[in-house]
Design a protein around this ligand. Structure first.
Ligand code: FRU
Length: 306
């Protein structure tokens, strides 16, 4: 009799343990963020965290590469040797991160590349906005604003990263065939202090500048500060990112003339990770949309670009 009760209890315990197990399977995601010195990257991590918080089975381990490519390569290797279930990376530079990402992928770890692309196709899924399209839209907006003619400074994002390259190429396409002249261009590496310094050089070399196109809002803001400190008025500033508390606020305050939203992709990356864990297919590329914010629409929340 007792034996039978024990057997039944033991059976129930096994079932309960099995049930518990299938419900408590956790997945560890390693996230390598290229730096946390820029507000946009802090936002990306916050977006990832918020989306993951809705899924208690997910555990995200964040690493900050502090804008150091070698450190980021090492982080990817650490995540591989600690056998995370999935890797998310927002790489600093394309070429040097391509190989460690490919090795993780070939070791069987699904890899989601966020915002800055790597080369080749050895990753599971790339998520990001179309930087060529954003650059082109910025070029067209600028051409229209300046009536097809004017002297422009281009302050570029890190040119060893794909967004820097694409925001440049797209912009040149956008102003092609107009009388807009790029009188000064420099790589400010996405950084506000570098941008301010480059703009000081541009201001000392050129008496007349109509507009600054910077590849991100910190860059546009750095240029604005340089012009303000030099007492140069009447220059327009255009950036990219459009964080509510940064670029959009600058447009609302009249510091920037326009900015284009560059979504972080944090929530989409968690969605893709969940699909991968369920064994569902994810597209190789997920392209995120953009919005334009300028004086005419900033109060209404900007305007979606087709
Ligand atoms: C942040 C940042 C953003 C920019 C993005 C491009 O590091 O510079 O301002 O839009 O990276 O990858």
């Amino acid at each position: 009799m007792y034996k039978r009760i024990y057997a039944v209890l033991a059976g129930l315990a096994l079932v309960a343990a099995g049930y518990g197990q299938s419900n408590t399977r956790t997945y560890t995601i390693g996230m390598s963020q290229c730096n946390l010195g820029e507000p946009w990257r802090v936002q990306m991590n916050a977006d990832l965290r918020a989306a993951a918080a809705n899924h208690p089975e997910l555990k995200v381990i964040f690493k900050d590469a502090q804008n150091d490519t070698l450190k980021q390569r090492a982080q990817v290797e650490e995540f591989v040797s600690s056998k995370v279930d999935l890797l998310i990376i927002s790489p600093k530079e394309a070429q040097p991160l391509t190989e460690p990402v490919a090795r993780a992928f070939q070791a069987g770890i699904p890899v989601i590349v966020l915002d800055r692309a790597v080369l080749g196709d050895k990753f599971t899924c790339f998520i990001g906005a179309d930087n060529k399209k954003i650059g082109k839209a910025a070029g067209q907006w600028i051409a229209k604003k300046l009536g097809g003619k004017g002297k422009v400074v281009e302050l570029k994002g890190l040119m060893t990263s794909i967004p820097g390259q694409d925001r440049h190429t797209g912009f040149r396409e956008g102003i092609a065939g107009t009388d807009i002249e790029v009188i000064f261009e420099a790589d400010m590496k996405w950084l506000e202090p570098d941008s301010r310094k480059e703009m000081e050089s541009a201001l000392s070399r050129f008496d007349h500048i109509d507009l600054v196109y910077a590849h991100n809002d910190p860059g546009a803001h750095g240029a604005y500060l340089a012009a303000k400190a030099a007492g140069r008025e009447g220059i327009k500033f255009v950036g990219i990112d459009a964080l509510p508390q940064e670029g959009v606020a600058y447009v609302a305050q009249g510091i920037l003339d326009a900015t284009f939203r560059y979504p972080t992709g944090g929530a989409e990356a968690i969605d893709a990770a969940l699909k991968i864990f369920k064994g569902e297919a994810v597209p190789k590329q997920i392209v995120l949309g953009t919005r334009l914010f300028d004086k005419s629409n900033v109060r209404a929340g900007g305007e979606r670009l087709p």
